[in-house]
Ligand binder design. Structure first.
Ligand SMILES: [Zn+2]
Length: 245
């Protein structure tokens, strides 16, 4: 799970400091191939398994749909084909589609919660994962499926939601972040050496990870987590799939 500071190219990324922000004002800095670069954006561009946001830009009495984000030197918001594209210097209002984003925040937080539960109960680390709104999977490095594996994880996940643990996001200097045992365990080989700051998503008392995604503020906001499937994907690889009904 990658980390990022609050800027990408010329864009100030508003969602990293406030995952609840859904509307904001911005100025178009650049236009290219039917996409635009804004000075400020709360569109999550995708990364760490979380897909990009959808939404709209409102300007001069029209609405342009944002269908995703291309990450290069800048964040290029991709405007739906056929929709009008605002010009450089245009003042626009950005709006993130709330239903999709909120579902992704709940799903992403649910996966972190499950990662914390599986490590605590079985000592297994995450090797991969992916998500769509209200459904996701994580792969764990686990030689075999222990007795009652799925049921125990489901019960512990439900308990952790009920506990309503706080989910804190903070940015720490690299060496400070690397004093957190969870971060040493999960991220020490993944973070590029030039990274001076690490964004930490901390389900307080359960799981801390270096992460660039958007999350809900406490575990009860995740809602019910159904552990729907356990699969074996390779020798020491167990895949757990969840849905949020
Ligand atoms: Zn994550």
């Amino acid at each position: 799970m990658a980390t990022e500071t609050d800027r990408h190219g010329r864009t100030h990324r508003l969602e990293l400091a406030d995952a609840t922000l859904r509307e904001w004002d911005a100025t178009v800095l650049h236009v290219e191939d039917g996409g635009v670069v804004l000075d400020r954006s709360a569109f999550y561009p995708g990364g760490g398994g979380q897909p990009p946001d959808h939404g709209v830009l409102l300007w001069a009495g029209v609405q342009s749909r944002v269908m995703g984000v291309t990450k290069a030197d800048d964040l290029l918001l991709r405007i739906a084909e056929g929709d009008p594209v605002p010009g450089v210097g245009e003042a626009v209002r950005g709006a993130v589609e709330d239903e999709r984003r909120t579902a992704l925040m709940r799903t992403h937080s649910a996966l972190h919660l499950m990662a914390g539960v599986v490590f605590r109960e079985f000592g297994a680390l995450v090797t991969g994962g992916n998500m769509e709104p209200l459904t996701g999977r994580l792969d764990f490095d686990l030689p075999e499926i222990p007795e009652g594996f799925k049921e125990r994880i489901a019960a512990q996940c439900a308990l952790e939601v009920e506990q309503d643990r706080r989910i804190d996001v903070r940015v720490l200097p690299r060496d400070e972040a690397f004093r957190i045992p969870d971060i040493i365990r999960t991220a020490s080989n993944l973070l590029p050496p030039e990274l001076t700051e690490v964004r930490i998503v901390d389900i307080v008392g359960l799981d801390a990870q270096a992460d660039g995604g958007t999350h809900v503020a406490s575990t009860r906001q995740i809602g019910r987590i159904d552990v729907v499937k356990v699969e074996s994907k390779g020798k020491a690889n167990r895949r757990l799939r969840i849905t949020l009904p």
